[in-house]
Ligand binder design. Structure first.
Ligand code: CMC
Length: 448
């Protein structure tokens, strides 16, 4: 039997046969369904794209029901155990695990592009001392398009490769500079003798030491976190990179859109929100009250729930194992007790189980970052570092996909039409507006 779907339009009694491929129908095939010949045709209404495939992709496979995550066919558990982050980045971008010489070349290229243009520092200095490092990073990545204008040649394979290398290589430098700026500390240049994660830690931490080498076990834990955050198919920020990239803008600008999307508390900002939540709960005894607040919808249990995983997020499972290892090196954190109790009680509670709400990747990652001495404003910034390889891999895949067109959704228009224009003097409304302006200028509020 052919893979088709027969749709009967009860408005007209007409039937239509529509192809089904990969358990999917094409949205445009529905446009033939009309009542009148000059109708626009049937559309699909799907806010938040909850059931809309926007592309074909061979990068990341997720089975949300079973809690499975694979990159290019390799289970995330195995990659975390056996690979380095840069190896996984190569896998995402090129589709295969690198051979020894390929890996050597890739690591060399990334390592030798970690420096940013000196003018970038002048650009960073323009930010207020208390600017959020994610806001600074967002601007820094956007500014890269002006430092590397050749990135606009998106048809040039060499330029695409250079953009991938530069973005992956410079993201930790920009991220660490953002952090140092927010503390008023001098920027620390990359150290090419260190690995990717260790170099990032050194750029964050180094003070007067001639050479700074972070504890290898901590650098390894961070590298695993990088692997876990490298890609996650069509999440909000990746969808943003693809949508913005579909206009054929340069990859730096497209990735800046990804950074902006990641900034939001429902996406990459969640791990920062988890720590704030745990601090607000304050002690284990307050957990039941907090959960009541969540159930009465006064609160949200940050780090729980996922659009795709309706089971334990496999990334959360791996992170959980590493929390204990890291805390054994850095010392206990009382917030872990609160997090453990909160998870235990939530997983026993019908409110959460019936909605299939389980811990996601961000539930425990903040605790590791905190143990590494990284302040919470940096958590989302650190998420952006490894996700860059996913963004660039997805951007490259989109670029090579002949079916992709500029992203341009439809809408259902709900506003008025064909109104008669009224001159300002004749419009109805109060004679005078009293009271203060709705918003005072930000500068005045902060007293600067
Ligand atoms: N706490 C309490 N209730 C929740 C939560 C939560 N964290 N998440 C979902 N729910 C409830 C929600 O109120 C709804 O209940 P009802 O059907 O009674 O109205 C039901 O569960 C379904 O939720 P939804 O909002 O329709 O789910 P969604 O797929 O639109 O949202 C989510 C997914 C991740 C935005 C959401 O679960 C959430 O806000 N979680 C907290 C933020 C968070 O941890 N985000 C990190 C996501 S993982 C990292 C990443 O990929 O960026």
């Amino acid at each position: 039997m052919a893979d088709t779907l027969t749709i009967t339009d009860n408005r007209t009694g007409k039937s239509y046969e529509i192809d089904v491929t990969d358990e999917t129908v094409r949205g445009l095939d529905l446009r033939q369904i009309k009542v009148e010949e000059d109708d626009f045709g049937l559309m699909v209404y799907d806010p938040g794209y909850t059931n809309t495939a926007s592309c074909r992709s061979a990068i990341t496979y997720i089975d949300g029901e079973a809690g499975v995550l694979q990159h290019r066919g390799y289970p995330i558990e195995e990659l975390c155990e056996k690979s380095s982050y840069l190896e996984v980045a190569y896998l995402l971008v090129f589709g295969e695990l690198p051979t020894g010489p390929q890996l050597e070349r890739w690591v060399y290229d990334v390592t030798h592009h970690t420096f940013v243009h000196e003018d970038m520092k002048a650009f960073y200095r323009g930010f207020r001392h208390d600017a959020h490092p994610m806001g600074i990073l967002l601007a820094g990545v956007g500014a890269m398009s002006t430092f590397y204008p050749d990135g606009k040649q998106i048809e040039d394979e060499e330029e695409r490769y250079m953009a991938a290398i530069r973005l992956i290589a410079k993201m930790p430098t920009l991220a660490a500079f953002s952090y140092r700026h927010s503390l008023g500390l001098p920027y620390v240049y990359p150290d090419n003798d260190l690995g990717y994660a260790a170099n990032f830690l050194a750029m964050m931490r180094r003070m007067t030491e001639i050479k700074y080498a972070p504890d290898e076990r901590l650098a390894k834990a961070l590298d695993v976190l990088f692997i876990l955050h490298a890609d996650h198919e069509q999440n909000c920020s990746t969808a943003a990179v693809r949508a913005v990239g579909s206009s054929q803008v340069d990859p730096y600008s497209a990735v800046a859109a990804g950074v902006a999307a990641l900034y939001g508390p429902l996406h990459g900002g969640a791990n920062e929100a988890v720590l704030r939540m745990l601090r607000r709960i304050e002690k284990v005894e307050n957990v039941p009250d907090f959960l009541e607040g969540v159930k009465s919808r006064e609160e949200k249990l940050m780090g729980f729930g996922h659009r795709v995983y309706k089971n334990y997020d496999p990334r959360a499972r791996i992170i959980k194992k590493h929390v204990d290892e890291v805390l054994a090196l850095t010392g206990d954190n009382p917030l872990l007790d609160i997090a453990t109790e909160l998870e235990k009680r939530a997983l026993e509670d019908e409110y959460f189980t019936s909605r299939r709400l389980y811990p996601n990747v961000d539930y425990y990652s903040g605790l590791i970052y905190e143990a590494l001495g990284i302040p919470s404003e940096m958590f989302t910034v650190i998420f952006a570092i490894p996700r860059t390889s996913g963004w660039i891999a997805q951007w490259m895949e989109m670029h090579g996909d002949s079916e992709q067109r500029i992203a341009r959704p439809r809408q259902i228009y709900t506003g008025e039409r064909d109104r008669t224009y009224v001159d300002v003097a004749d419009r109805e409304g109060p004679e005078k507006i009293t009271g203060p302006p709705a918003r005072r200028p930000v500068r005045a509020r902060r007293g600067a």
